[in-house]
Design a protein around this ligand. Structure first.
Ligand code: TRP
Length: 336
C-alpha cells in the first residue's frame, strides 16, 4: 500500500480566531506530531491574492497565521510547514494543469457560481463583474498544491470538498493523456470537529465580522466575550445549553467533566454575566502560555521566516525532482 500523505492549506487572510482553532488548527497540530503520518501544511498566500486583499494584509496575515501555528506547538520537524509562494514549482504546475483542465469544469465551481449569482441577483448587467481569472481558476491552483506533493488525503472543510474532487478529476485527465504520473487525492471531511458560532450567533467567520481572535490580549478578549449574544433569561432561571454560544465555546475547550459542571450551572440558572466571566477566565488561562509565545514570535518575525524557509527547502526536495518528471511526461524536455 502506498503511504498516506496528508496535505492542507490555510489561506492567508485575516487573523486566526477561536473558530479556526477548534475547527482546523487544533486537529492539525495534533496530527503534525504523529510519526506514522506524513503531513504537509502550508500558507496559501497565492490563494489570498485571488481574494484581492491589500499587500499589507496578506503579509500581516501570513505572519499571524504562521506564528499562531508555531506558538501552538506545530511539529515542524515531523511535518513540513511552508509558504506556497516559496515553491516556484506550484505556479509552474498550475499552468501545466490549466492547459488540460476543461473550462466547463471550472464553470461548475460553487465559489465561482456563487459570485455570478450574486451579480445576477444584484441586478448587474455583467454576470462576471468583479470576478478575476484567479477566482475562476482557484481550483486549479489548489489542484497544483495538492498534486505537487502526491497528497492522498486532504483534510478540508465541507466548503472545499468540491475543490479536492476537481483536483482528482484534473489528475485523472492528466494521467489519461500522459501516463500514471499524478496521484489521485481524496477529501477528508471530519464531521466531528466543532463549528463555533460567533458573537452574533451566526457561524464564526471573518466575513461576518463576528470573530474572537485566538490571541486577543486579555482586555479585548474579555470585552469580546462580554458581547456574545445570549437570550433574556434572568439569573436564577434555568437555561438551555442547546443553542448557547457561550456553552458551545466553553465545551470546545473544556474536558467532559468541566463541561458537565457547566451543564449543571445552566440548569441551576447561572446568570449570563457570570457565565461570560467564567468563560473569559477559562479561555484566558488555557490560551495564556501560547499567547506569550505568539507575542514573542510576532515581535521577531525573522524566527518565523527562517522556519518557513526551512519548510520550503524540505518541500522542494520533493517538488523539484517531481517537476522534472512531470515536464518530461508532457514534452517540455531538454533537446540534447
Ligand atoms: N482553498 C482552501 C481554503 O480556502 C485553502 C487551500 C489552498 C487548500 N490550497 C489548498 C486546502 C490545498 C487544502 C489543499 O480553505
Amino acid at each position: 500500500m502506498t503511504q498516506e500523505i496528508y496535505l492542507t492549506g490555510i489561506t492567508t487572510t485575516g487573523t486566526p480566531h477561536i473558530g479556526n482553532y477548534v475547527g482546523a488548527i487544533r486537529p492539525s497540530i495534533r496530527a503534525s506530531k504523529d510519526p506514522e503520518k506524513k503531513n504537509y501544511y502550508f500558507l496559501a498566500d497565492f490563494h489570498a491574492l485571488a481574494k484581492n486583499e491589500d499587500p499589507d494584509n496578506i503579509s500581516q496575515s501570513t505572519l499571524e497565521i504562521a506564528a499562531a501555528w508555531m506558538a501552538l506547538g506545530m511539529d515542524t520537524d515531523n511535518s513540513v510547514f511552508y509558504r506556497q509562494s516559496d515553491i516556484p514549482e506550484i505556479p509552474e504546475l498550475t499552468w501545466i494543469l490549466t492547459s488540460m483542465t476543461a473550462k466547463g469544469l471550472m464553470n461548475r465551481a460553487h465559489s465561482y457560481k456563487a459570485a455570478v449569482q450574486s451579480n445576477v441577483e444584484g441586478g448587474n448587467k455583467d454576470p462576471d463583474k468583479g470576478i478575476t481569472m484567479a477566482l475562476y481558476s482557484y481550483p486549479i491552483l489548489m489542484a497544483a498544491d495538492i498534486l505537487m506533493f502526491k497528497a492522498t488525503q486532504v483534510p478540508v472543510g465541507r466548503d472545499q470538498k468540491q475543490h479536492v474532487e476537481m483536483a482528482r478529476d484534473i489528475a485523472q485527465r492528466f494521467n489519461h493523456h500522459y501516463g500514471d504520473v499524478l496521484v489521485l487525492p481524496e477529501p477528508v471531511i471530519d464531521d466531528h470537529t466543532a463549528v463555533l458560532a460567533g458573537l452574533d450567533g451566526r457561524k464564526m467567520s471573518k466575513s461576518y465580522n463576528n470573530t474572537i481572535p485566538l490571541f486577543a490580549p486579555e482586555k479585548p478578549l474579555r470585552k469580546l466575550i462580554m458581547k456574545i449574544k445570549t437570550n433574556s433569561l434572568e439569573p436564577g432561571e434555568p437555561k438551555d445549553i442547546a443553542g448557547s454560544t457561550l456553552y458551545d465555546i466553553y465545551k470546545a475547550f473544556a474536558t467532559p467533566e468541566e463541561t458537565a459542571a457547566v451543564e449543571k450551572q445552566y440548569a441551576d440558572g447561572i446568570a449570563w454575566g457570570a457565565m461570560k466571566q467564567q468563560l473569559f477566565e477559562y479561555i484566558n488561562d488555557k490560551i495564556g502560555p501560547a499567547r506569550e509565545e505568539y507575542e514573542r514570535l510576532m515581535a521577531e518575525p525573522a524566527i518565523v521566516e527562517a522556519e518557513l524557509l526551512k519548510g520550503a527547502a524540505r518541500a522542494r526536495e520533493v517538488a523539484v525532482p517531481y517537476m522534472e518528471q512531470i515536464r518530461k511526461a508532457i514534452g517540455i524536455r531538454k533537446l540534447g
